[in-house]
Structure formats: C-alpha cells, structure tokens
Design a protein around this ligand. Structure first.
Ligand code: GLV
Ligand code: MN
Ligand code: MN
Length: 425
C-alpha cells in the first residue's frame, strides 16, 4: 500500500458535496487579482482555469480537450464508443468581483458526478459529456454566450472584430491565447450528437430559500436584450460655459438612467432594467463631459413584452437626448429569446428530485444561461440549487455543502435514470 493510501485508509470518502466545495474553492482562487474574483475570457486566468478543469475531467475518467473557442470538453463513453451524449455543463468565466459559484457549481457538479460513475465503473447506454463554457457572462466583448454559441454553431463571425475596453479585438485575443480565429467553426456540434443539454446552476435568487428547498426544477430561462448607448454633447470649460448653454452628455445620461429605472419600476409585466456600466469622456473634474457610453440590460418573462419595452425605452431616452440637444446612438449588443425547458426533461428532473426525497417545485430563471444558446442544437433542462440570501454576482454568493450535495445527488440520479426523448414517450 502506498504511503498516501495508508494515510487515508479507513477515512470516510468525501461526499459529493464536499468534493464540489473543495473544487469550487480551488477554481475560485484563479483570478486576475487577489483583491476580488474576476476570470475573464481569453486571459491568463482563463488558461489556468482550463488546465485545472481538464485535469479534473481526465481524473474522472473522461477524454478531455480545449475546443476552438476555449471551452473545456470532457467525454465519458457509454456502453460502447461513439454513442450520442447527454451533455451537461455550465460556464467558468465570471463577472468582476464575482462569487465562486455562478457557473462553476454546474460544471464541477457534473464532473464529480461523472467521477462517481467512473469510480463505480458504471457505463450507460449513452455517452456523458461535460462542457465548461469559456464565456457566458460577456464581460470582455460586450457580447455574451460566446462559448455555447460556438458549440451550437451560431457564433457570429463579425463578433471577431469587436474590441474590448483596451482596444484588443476578439480576433487578436484568440490568437494571443493560442487559438485560430478562423477555425471557431470547429467547436460546433451537430444536433444528432446530443440527446439533451442539462445544466445545474445556483438559483441566483431568493425563491428556493423562501420555500425551504435545496433544489428546484427550472421551467424557462427569461429572454434578455442588451443595448450599448452613446450620447454625444459638447465638451467645454467647467468654469466658463453658462448652465443653459451646456450640452452635458453625462447629465443627459443621468436623466436617461433615471427614466429607464422609472419605466421599469412602473411596469406591470415583470420588466427589469439595469445600467451596469457607464464611461464619461474626457473624464476630468474641470471639463464638461462631451461623450458618454453606457449599457442597458433589459429582461422580461415574455418576449413580446420585452420587445415592446425596448422600443418604449429607446423612445423615451431619444426624447431626453433631443431636449438636451445631444446626439444618441443605440446599438443592440445581445438579444436572446425566452427559452422554455423541454417538458420531457422537466419531468425527468422532477422524478430525480422526488426520488432524492425533496418536494418538486418549479420556478423560472430570471438570469441568463448557456442553455439559451444550446437550445439551437438540443432540448434543454435545468436544475437550480438554493443559494444563501439569493445573492449572486457578488462575492457573498454562497451555497451550503449540504445543498451542493443535494444538487449533485439529483443530477447523478437524473443521469443514471436518463431516457432519451423518444424512449421517454
Ligand atoms: C448571466 O449571469 C446573466 O444573466 O447576465
Ligand atoms: Mn452570471
Ligand atoms: Mn451563470
């Protein structure tokens, strides 16, 4: 017996929840700065995280590789090689000053579940694949779901020309990372290769906690529209230009922002709107701001309502710009329709939840997920895991080890009992 085996012999094996939390902490330490967590697409941290995840996949019995856009892809063969797969996954990029769980929980749980099958030498009548998507948050290139869009074959070539805030294009960033921007198409998968796409994710809201439940069955992922607005006025001297003669782009943006907030606040169809980024130029204390860029993120439970709301909001901010003699340009940077989870997958998730002894509770997702892109090549199912206080996109994001374990047991049961759609009918 090796020294290591001797030392651990007789100790209870870590539960799935404990394994998941240990890996969440290890991955959560890979950040562009020790001050806060930020793991951004096509950076050194992206590379370091990918290497770690590939190691985990391989030690869990999977063949694993980095694909043409930087997703990590693991495959655990079924009873014979080459069978279509149940694909599991989530993203491993983060927002800035992120929590450790948004994305990694689903990815790590899937890897730990495959590791459990591997340990038991359990092969299934289908393959299980796990994909870690490289960009879901869209922090770097004002676009989102880049990893899952590449897998779904819907990556838009023109995105390669988009520049980050340092002026680096996605094309350049891919090359620096060691990927060929002309071969992103190689990441695409065919519908015939996938039996379904199932993602486990933290809820990112307070509903499961209020219900006293560790897990939930997701019904749909709410659609979203993201806009980039550019207001142009006239820069000038802060001491000499009388107030009535100013064309202050930042004061105009402030009025646009409060107008957007008011329109969302008074909406009765569940519209939520966020201006999460603003940049004023030239950005000096004694200069009237001549140009401002800001983003707008709008979400609703239904697509028709969101489309109407987008038109209405743009009309209102155009009126603000006109009254203040500012030029306004608004571009749509992201548009995703609401994605329903497939009823046959919802039923299998519900069966797995009930079999683990939990009440079956259905809820929609207000947050975006990789399933929004994967729907183009597979039916989508989702499992939510309770998070503390519903907090997300914040360093206080937290999942109890017992809930991580509950989520993993539900996912493992779903995998082991999984019936492809035709067989499930
Ligand atoms: C992703 O986290 C999103 O919903 O914006
Ligand atoms: Mn997120
Ligand atoms: Mn997420």
């Amino acid at each position: 017996m090796s020294e290591m085996m001797e030392a651990t012999a007789g100790l209870p094996t870590a539960s799935l929840g404990e394994q998941i939390v240990a890996r969440i902490n290890e991955l959560g330490a890979i950040s562009e700065t020790p001050e806060y967590l930020a793991r951004i697409f096509l950076t050194r941290e992206h590379r370091a995280a990918a290497e770690l995840i590939l190691d985990w996949m391989r030690s869990s019995g999977m063949d694993a590789h980095l694909d043409a856009i930087g997703n990590v892809c693991g495959r655990y063969e079924g009873e014979r090689p080459g069978l279509p797969c149940l694909m599991l996954g989530s993203h491993y990029d983060t927002v800035r000053d992120a929590g450790k769980w948004d994305g990694p929980l689903g990815l790590i749980t899937a890897i730990c579940c495959v590791g459990d099958l591997h340990k038991r030498r359990r092969r299934l009548p289908f393959a299980v694949e796990v994909t870690g998507f490289a960009d879901e948050e869209g922090v770097r290139f004002a676009s989102t779901l880049l990893g899952s869009r590449a897998v779904a074959g819907t990556f838009v070539e023109s995105a390669l020309n988009v520049k980050d805030r340092a002026g680096i294009s996605m094309r350049e960033a891919l090359s620096t990372f060691g990927l060929d921007p002309e071969h992103i198409g190689a990441a695409a998968r065919a519908r015939s290769e996938l039996l379904a796409y199932v993602e486990l994710h933290i809820e990112q809201g307070p509903v499961l906690e209020a219900k006293g439940l560790p897990v939930g069955v997701v019904t749909a992922i709410a659609g979203a529209t993201r806009l980039a607005a550019r207001l142009t006025g006239m820069a000038g001297h802060a001491g000499t230009v009388p107030m009535e003669l100013r064309r202050d782009a930042l004061a105009g943006a402030a009025e646009c922002i409060t107008t957007i907030e008011e329109l969302c606040r008074t909406d009765h169809g569940g519209l939520v709107g966020t201006v999460g980024y603003i940049h004023a130029m030239p950005g000096a204390t004694n200069v009237i701001p001549g140009q401002v860029h800001f983003t707008i993120d709008l979400r609703t439970p239904t697509d028709t309502h969101r489309r109407r709301a987008v038109t209405d909001i743009v009309r209102h901010i155009e009126a603000v710009a006109k009254r203040r003699k500012l030029k306004l340009q608004v571009d749509v940077t992201h548009e995703n329709r609401t994605v329903p989870c497939a009823p046959w997958l919802k039923a299998q998730v519900a069966d797995a939840v009930a079999a683990e002894g939990y009440s079956v509770f259905e809820l929609p997702s207000g947050a975006g997920h990789d399933g929004m892109a994967m729907i183009d090549i597979a039916d989508v199912g989702m499992i939510f895991v309770r998070c503390r206080g519903g907090i997300s996109h914040h360093p206080d994001e937290h999942v109890d080890v017992a809930d991580a374990d509950a989520g993993a047991r539900v996912l493992l049961r779903l995998i082991e009992n999984f019936k492809p759609r035709d067989a499930a009918r």
